[in-house]
Each structure stands twice: as structure tokens, then as C-alpha cells.
Design a protein around this ligand. Structure first.
Ligand SMILES: CC(C)(COP(=O)(O)OP(=O)(O)OC[C@H]1O[C@@H](n2cnc3c(N)ncnc32)[C@H](O)[C@@H]1OP(=O)(O)O)[C@@H](O)C(=O)NCCC(=O)NCCS
Length: 112
């Protein structure tokens, strides 16, 4: 199993993963909408037997209070094809994603 950055040719497979794993199309639509709203900071896929079977997305957000605002990342969505669930791929995507966020000096990540 390989964790790597998303490539443009992965987009259809990513949409199919979210649709299948969640059992409805709204998370695939969310990924497309987030791509349109903000350049995702990090989009990773898990590849098994040369097939994309999992995906995780981190998108920039701003945390605002009455007196300050600071940058953070939102982790959402995360999905693994149901036939590949339960073998650690989701955990590997989260760990690899958080490691990469750290390398990008992003120290705050929200999970939706
Ligand atoms: C959630 C999901 C990504 C986990 O992927 P996975 O490859 O099966 O996860 P792993 O095999 O790495 O398991 C990680 C841990 O999460 C737990 N887990 C898996 N799915 C879970 C769920 N829906 N709720 C709570 N815990 C869950 C596992 O039991 C495991 O716990 P353990 O380490 O204590 O045994 C996958 O089940 C999935 O795509 N689900 C549908 C989409 C979804 O709900 N995404 C999350 C919200 S964005």
C-alpha cells in the first residue's frame, strides 16, 4: 500500500471512493466544492495494487474570535473503499496527512 499526493487523473476515482464509502454522493460533491473554494493544502490517496482505494483532504480554514484570527486546516472528508476498510488504510492516511501538515508548519487541524 502506497500513500501519495493526489494527481489530476485521480479525481474520478476519488469521487467514486467517497460515493461508495459514504453510500451517497454528497461527500464527493463536497470535495469538488472545496476544490472550487480554496486550493486544498493537502490531498492524499492510498493506492493498493495500482488502484486508488482511499482519500483524505485537508483544506485551509480561519479560526476567528472577537479579537484574533489564526490559520488552521480542516480534515474532511476521509474515506476508504468498503472492500479495503479495516486494514489500517484510514489510519495510515490520517498519520501521513498529519505528518505532512507538520512539515508544512500547520500546527492546528480540525476534524469534521
Ligand atoms: C472511517 C474510515 C475512513 C476508516 O478507514 P479504515 O481503513 O477502515 O480504518 P482503519 O482500518 O485504519 O481503522 C482505524 C480505526 O478506526 C475505527 N473505525 C473505522 N471506522 C469507524 C467508524 N465509522 N466509526 C468509528 N470508528 C471507526 C476502527 O475500528 C479502527 O479502530 P482500532 O484502531 O481501535 O481498531 C472508513 O471506515 C470509511 O471510509 N468510512 C466511511 C466514510 C466515513 O465515515 N469517513 C469518516 C468521516 S469523514
Amino acid at each position: 500500500m502506497l500513500i501519495r499526493s493526489e494527481r489530476s487523473e485521480d479525481r474520478q476515482a476519488i469521487a467514486a471512493i467517497h460515493t461508495e464509502a459514504f453510500g451517497r454522493p454528497d461527500k464527493a460533491a463536497l470535495v469538488a466544492a472545496l476544490r472550487g473554494l480554496a486550493e486544498p493544502t493537502l490531498s492524499l490517496v492510498a493506492e493498493a495494487d495500482s488502484r486508488v482505494v482511499g482519500h483524505i483532504l485537508f483544506t485551509p480554514v480561519t479560526i476567528r474570535s472577537a479579537t484574533s484570527s489564526s490559520p488552521a486546516l480542516a480534515l474532511a472528508p476521509l474515506a476508504v473503499l468498503s472492500a479495503h476498510q479495516g486494514s489500517g488504510i484510514g489510519s495510515d492516511l490520517v498519520r501521513s496527512g498529519l505528518d505532512a501538515c507538520g512539515c508544512l508548519s500547520q500546527s492546528v487541524v480540525f476534524v469534521l
